[in-house]
Write a protein that binds this ligand. Structure first.
Ligand SMILES: [Zn+2]
Length: 83
């Protein structure tokens, strides 16, 4: 892992190493413990570093707290019987 890795999306410092590459040392798959963003270290800088990550996709702690819940799947409609 490089110098000081923080989450590209939310800048959180707690990063978990999910998977190493099959060829040792080629890359790692990392995941942010806060927002669960995942990336492979061999991806381009705009996916792997906070400074190059697109501003419009960055999250703050406040964004995460105020994120709407994922809506529940509504019950099946009953207007097509017999399927
Ligand atoms: Zn994050």
């Amino acid at each position: 892992m490089s110098e000081k890795t923080v989450c590209p999306r939310c800048a959180h410092p707690a990063i978990t190493r999910l998977f190493p590459s099959p060829v040792p040392g080629a890359w790692d798959v990392l995941q942010c413990e806060q927002c669960l963003y995942c990336w492979r270290t061999s991806e381009p800088a705009r996916r792997t570093t906070r400074t190059a990550y697109p501003d419009s996709f960055k999250l703050t702690v406040e964004d995460i707290r105020s994120a709407p819940e994922v809506p529940a799947v509504p019950p099946l409609r009953r207007d097509r019987e017999g399927r």
